[in-house]
Ligand binder design. Structure first.
Ligand code: ATP
Ligand code: MG
Length: 433
């Protein structure tokens, strides 16, 4: 039996619920169905936070949901869901779902190709137990404004605890992405992962390699664009999950545990977080460029050492590293292309003579590549004087620019040569990539 928390026993305020979600709930109720908010929105409402979207569940079957709403589309082949459209906002309405995976177990009863009965649908209780974390399985009932809890989610919520429903190892094996979700929610909400839910992660992190790369790309975006990328990154590394997502980068980081690569990456993530905090846009390609930079830089250096010119070396290294990364996370073209551009423009910043600086300035990806180079300089991996030169060069008048080029006014950094020497020494002692 569920524990039911009446309206006076919880603090969910309807003023934080979207009007459209309320409309959907009331319409379903009026048509004689049960209707609940569930999942992340209930979890966030209990914290007094405004949820980013609202998920509704009901005992109405998809066809019945459609008959209640005019502005409704059914989506999904394996498990049908209803999308109720209100201009920009879509409220997702799902039917209570049974525990068993619908592919293996459901017997669909078909007549002339139409589904008459589909055992993928279940009771509210079954629906609760197939969810991932207890705090994600709370139901806000529109008929009496109570919260219905089958899994002890309210107690865990009060204790700020992320706890898997059921046997943790089994639940991670069923869907290894739950490990990433545990970290995303724990960091975002300031919750701790229950010891029994945390324990299998180190052991099972490698299972992520079996997940389709497109799904992992989506998860990585959610993880890094949550506004808490710095902490998320630390937690991912702590549980070995980062190594499953970005193995080339992890190899570089563990080789130089306190070196430039980590400082650079931490700084890029910090910057992402503060931009999100200020409501400024962040370019996902910039993040990916930063995440994979050290493997690219190291590979390019090897190619340069073996005689390739630097521009070619960065292009070649970029292609190699992206190809390797695609086995782990997909990268849509809209990200892969600019990532490569940002990288391959890096060696061009060194070329401050003749017409080259003007050509670089006119490159459509100049701005991002420049920001990237400044970040490298700030973290000690590129020459700060070079960064400074480019900062001045951009805003200088034409006459000043010409004189900057003629005079070679950049005191071609001793710092840079020295750092590079240190680097080379370090990489000689390191095991080969
Ligand atoms: P947010 O939308 O804030 O990121 P959320 O908890 O709503 O968080 P969704 O991915 O929107 O996350 O999923 C909605 C709900 O569906 C979850 O709260 C959970 O109950 C269930 N769910 C989602 N993914 C899984 C999964 N991999 N395994 C089990 N249940 C899941
Ligand atoms: Mg959600």
């Amino acid at each position: 039996m569920p524990r039911v928390y009446s309206r006076s026993e919880h603090n969910i305020s309807r003023s934080l619920v979207s009007e459209n979600a309320l409309k959907v709930l009331y319409r379903l109720k009026k048509a004689g169905f049960e209707a609940y908010l569930v999942g992340g929105c209930v979890r966030d409402l209990l914290l007094g936070r405004e949820p980013k979207d609202f998920d509704v569940v009901t005992n109405a079957h998809p066809e019945q949901i459609r008959s209640v709403f005019r502005n409704c589309r059914l989506i999904g082949r394996r498990f049908r869901l209803a999308h109720v459209h209100f201009g920009q906002e879509i409220i997702e309405v799902a039917t209570f779902r049974a525990l068993q995976g619908e592919e293996e177990h459901s017997e669909r009863v078909l007549e002339n190709g139409r589904i008459l009965r589909d055992n993928a649908y279940g009771s509210i209780e079954e629906d609760a137990f197939r969810r991932d974390f207890t705090v994600n399985a709370l139901y806000y009932n529109i008929s009496d404004f109570s919260v219905v809890d089958f899994v002890g989610g309210m107690d865990d919520h009060k204790a700020s605890m992320m706890r898997l429903i059921g046997d943790p190892e089994q639940r991670y094996r069923e869907d290894p992405v739950r490990m990433l979700r545990a970290i995303r929610f724990a960091v975002k909400l300031g919750f701790v992962i229950h010891q029994e839910s945390a324990e299998p992660m180190l052991r099972l992190a490698g299972l992520l390699r079996e997940i389709p790369s497109a799904r992992l790309f989506d998860e990585v975006m959610k993880l890094l664009l949550s506004g808490y990328a710095v902490q998320t990154f630390e937690q991912l590394r702590h549980f070995n999950l980062f190594a499953a997502l970005f193995p080339d980068t992890e190899r570089c980081l563990s080789r130089e545990p306190e070196g430039f690569p980590l400082i650079f990456l931490a700084k890029s993530l910090e910057r992402t977080d503060s931009r999100i905090a200020e409501n400024k846009p962040v370019a996902p390609y910039f993040l990916f460029a930063a995440l994979l930079w050290e493997p690219v830089r190291a590979r390019a250096q090897k190619l340069i050492d073996s005689g390739m010119n630097s521009i070619q070396a960065y292009q070649e290294a970029g292609n190699e590293i992206i190809t390797r990364q695609l086995r782990h996370t997909a990268l849509p073209k809209s990200i892969g292309l600019p990532v490569r551009e940002v990288w391959s423009l890096q060696p061009r910043f060194e070329m401050t003579q003749g017409g080259r600086p003007f050509r670089l300035l006119g490159h459509p990806r100049f701005r991002a590549a420049y920001d990237f180079m400044v970040l490298r300089a700030e973290t000690g991996e590129a020459d700060p004087e070079l960064a400074d030169w480019w900062t001045r060069f951009q805003t200088a008048t034409e006459a000043e620019q010409k004189s900057m080029i003629r005079s070679g006014s950049r005191s071609t950094g001793r710092t840079r040569t020295r750092k590079r020497r240190i680097r080379n020494k370090a990489s000689k002692n390191a095991p080969p990539a």
